[in-house]
Design a protein around this ligand. Structure first.
Ligand code: NAD
Ligand code: LMR
Length: 325
């Protein structure tokens, strides 16, 4: 067994948090040989519910769970944390766009950025799930000047997984055979799910789909999947979101699959002429806790246009919260 690592989950008594805590504690994120200390943060009124989560965690008797700290104090929750999943935030309801949450949730990420800066391990790796995830990650990072901005990432893995699942149905192929899917941009209705580089058994799939299917069905279906789930469930995605968060952290820390890449919202370094600094989803390869943006992909005019639309939205979101940066 290795030494335990400290993992913070915010909003740990919420829908996604309730899934995440058990999956992480049981070794699904970092493996069965990696003991975990869970540091769970909630708002004060949710502490009784959080206590229930702690009791259930105890009752699982997971051999990978070394300790659990449950608190409403962000300074305690982020103390020496090596990993953090920032989930605690208001979810959208029917008829809302994710950036309608910007004002309501921005304060949370300002405070938590500061608490991370003051308390966390200097190498902490952070995944922001709470919406609007990309801009919340930017807010948290800007409030944590002593932590490398590259360590603040936003979740577009759910979109990536949704795109693979949708394509897999269309071409009747197992999802594990579908490689090199890309989500560009914002975790929002402007995101661009790009199949131009997708391969199955090393072959392109472009001859199996039509332009009409791509533009009229695939892209809107992936962009609108979150809204479709809210309509069906009356609540936003939770189990699939937790699953994607586990995938994101697992691959970041333990490495992305060979001959493939994953999508992560990361600070733009100007690759593909995307505005530096905004948190933009790129195709990335991960190795031993580091990620690198896949370079030199050829892009059609259609792709460039779509990438720019989602970049513009992220610039606008940044302008709307400029005073918090
Ligand atoms: P939820 O309302 O069920 O849970 C949120 C929890 O956060 C609640 O328990 C609440 O008490 C807690 N919370 C609120 N403010 C907090 C704070 N300052 N500190 C700590 N905890 C706080 O919501 P949910 O369904 O779990 O969704 C959480 C967020 O994740 C939402 O913003 C949702 O839109 C987003 N989300 C993102 C993705 C993605 O792909 N990026 C996917 C699904 C959901
Ligand atoms: C999702 O994509 O399911 C989440 O971001 C929740 C939402 O508001 O769509």
């Amino acid at each position: 067994m290795k030494n335990p690592v400290r993992v913070t989950i915010t909003g740990a008594a919420g829908q996604i948090g309730y899934q995440l805590a058990f999956r992480i504690a049981s070794g699904q994120m970092f493996g069965k040989d990696q003991p975990i200390i869970l540091q769970l943060l909630e708002i004060t009124p949710a502490l009784p519910a959080l206590q229930g989560v702690v009791m259930e965690l105890e009752d699982c008797a997971f051999s990978t769970l070394s300790d659990v700290i449950a608190t409403d104090d962000a300074n305690v929750a982020f103390k020496d944390a090596e990993y953090a999943l920032l989930v605690g935030a208001m979810p959208r309801g029917p008829g809302m766009e994710r950036n309608d949450l910007l004002e309501a949730n921005a304060k949370i990420f300002t405070q938590q950025g500061k608490a991370i800066n003051d308390n966390a391990n200097r190498q902490i790796r952070i995944l922001v799930v709470g919406n609007p995830a990309n801009t919340n990650a930017l807010i948290a990072s800007s409030n944590a000047p002593n932590i490398d901005p590259r360590n603040f990432t936003a979740m577009t893995r759910l979109d990536h997984n949704r795109a693979i699942a949708h394509l897999s149905k269309k071409i009747n192929m197992d999802s594990e055979n579908i490689k090199k899917m890309t989500i560009w941009g914002n975790h929002s209705a402007t995101q661009y799910p790009d199949i131009d580089h997708v391969t199955v058994n090393d072959h392109s799939i472009k001859n199996q789909i039509t332009d009409d299917w791509l533009k009229d069905e695939f892209i809107p279906a992936v962009q609108q999947r979150g809204a479709a789930i809210i309509k069906a469930r009356g609540a936003s995605s939770a189990a699939s979101a937790a699953s994607a968060a586990i995938d994101h952290m697992h691959d970041w820390v333990l490495g992305s699959p060979e001959n493939d890449w994953v999508s992560m919202g990361v600070p733009s370094d100007g690759s593909y002429n995307i505005e530096p600094g905004i948190i933009y989803s790129f195709p990335v390869r991960c190795h031993q806790g580091e990620y690198e943006i896949i370079q030199d992909l050829s892009l059609s005019e259609f792709s460039r246009d779509r990438m720019q639309i989602t970049e513009t939205e992220l610039r606008e979101e940044r302008a709307a919260i400029e005073e918090l940066l």
